[in-house]
Design a protein around this ligand. Structure first.
Ligand SMILES: [Zn+2]
Length: 411
């Protein structure tokens, strides 16, 4: 072994030791918020000294805040009160977790406008990160500067929180602020925007986690406490330590002159339950504590929850030189041209009726001539081909329908 190799190995060992030490500390005791460490979300707050916004004078975005329940005016012109990383329109009285019902986006279409503060690179990253949402459900991100209901994505700096968003569709133009720009922040905040709440605020969470107000300052910041650690809403899926909406084991949030330090202790391992493939993400409470707040993508149960709420889409294309009509069973909602949305688990029959001079074949989600059936367990695509009948096709069809030859036999 050369000296260089030996030095390299020693350095790696030292680095691994330090990383392990750090992880061990962070999983058992709250650490002060840090700038530039591993990215967390609503629980990764910077200190008050970062409160001032470092925005270009020409860029108008929502103003910074660090206080619980502080009122801000977004670039949309709407006034919001922010609790934790949740934006609530000022006309809504805030009374804890249940204030906001989280209206779903109609037809699964989430209209998004990028503010001038968002760089071209960040815009591309956001769109790429959100493809995971489009794969997980019928949701589609549609860029628009004119849609009546749309999200105005803004880049802010020094806001005191990684990002913030309303829960669900507000109506009109709603602000979504990004200070951190990693995949976890983008997917977490857009998770709020389509209706996901914090996993640790589920009404059944006390069976899975213990919530400890470490320095006893929660009573000073009831809004922040409720938004981040109160309980409310409905649990549609089994508890999920792997959720991108779950805070990490240790959280520190601004609360007056001192921080609100909260520790989330896992009481059990990941519970079993749907969807298939989930339930084994962490098999011990300590493993679950390490998993909390670590996801950078929607977990299996996050995706399942999105599909429960928004269903899946079926898109089809019609090809070939023949003609005919395509129809689908049920009364699905439209998500655009040749695009339909069905609920998770729905059984769908597609029927292709060719014109008199044409024939049909169906391929993709199911295969058949003029009809076939499939189950909505993911987004589906179909290709329906109508081909022109040739003279041979016509002769065969004539013979097949002829009473003289087949029905009465060869008399
Ligand atoms: Zn959040």
């Amino acid at each position: 072994m050369s000296i260089e190799m030996l030095m390299d190995r020693l350095l790696r060992s030292a680095r691994n030791l330090l990383c392990g030490l750090r992880m061990r500390i962070s999983s058992h005791m709250p650490l002060p918020p840090m700038r530039g460490g591993r990215e967390h979300l609503g629980n990764k707050w910077v200190h008050f000294t970062f409160k001032a916004l470092a925005l270009a004078a020409s860029v108008s975005t929502a103003s910074a805040y660090s206080q619980d329940g502080e009122q801000i005016t977004g670039a949309s012109g709407n006034v919001f009160i922010r609790y934790g990383d949740i934006l609530v329109p000022s006309e809504y009285p805030y009374d804890g977790r249940s204030v906001y019902s989280g209206t779903p986006w109609p037809s699964g279409q989430v209209f998004v406008e990028f503010h001038g503060s968002v760089s071209p690179e960040l815009r591309l990253n956001v769109l790429q990160y959100l493809e995971a949402m489009s794969v997980a459900s019928s949701l589609q991100i549609v860029e628009s500067t004119t849609a009546a209901n749309r999200i105005l994505v803004q880049k802010v700096s020094g806001s005191g929180v990684c990002g913030s968003s309303s829960v669900g569709m507000v109506g009109g133009v709603q602000d979504l602020l990004l200070d951190c720009t990693g995949a976890r922040t983008v997917r977490h905040e857009f998770g709020h925007a389509v209706g996901l709440r914090h996993e640790q605020t589920r009404p059944d969470r006390n069976a899975y986690i213990g919530v400890v107000d470490v320095n006893g300052t929660a009573e000073n910041c009831p809004g922040t406490w409720q938004a981040n650690f109160g309980t409310g809403g409905t649990s549609n899926t089994p508890y999920d330590f792997a959720s991108i909406m779950h805070y990490s084991h240790s959280s520190s949030l601004p609360c007056g002159s001192t921080n609100l330090v909260v520790r989330l202790d896992a009481l059990v391992a990941q519970p079993a339950g749907p969807p298939s493939g989930s339930g084994s993400e962490c098999v011990t409470p300590v493993g679950c504590e390490n998993l909390m707040g670590a996801s950078t993508n929607y977990s299996l149960r996050d995706a399942y929850g999105l599909a429960l709420r928004y269903g899946y889409r079926v898109t089809h294309s019609v090809v070939g030189r023949g003609g005919g009509n395509v129809s689908f069973s049920g009364a699905p909602s439209s998500c655009g041209t040749n695009c339909r949305i069905y609920g998770l688990g729905a059984s769908v029959v597609v029927t292709a009726v060719p014109d008199a001079d044409s024939m049909a074949t169906i391929a993709g989600a199911c295969t058949g001539r003029t009809s076939c059936t499939f189950t909505m367990d993911s987004n589906k695509t179909l290709s329906i081909r109508f081909t022109k009948r040739t003279a041979v096709h016509a002769l065969v069809a004539y013979m097949a329908s002829s009473d003289l030859i087949f029905t009465n036999g060869f008399e």
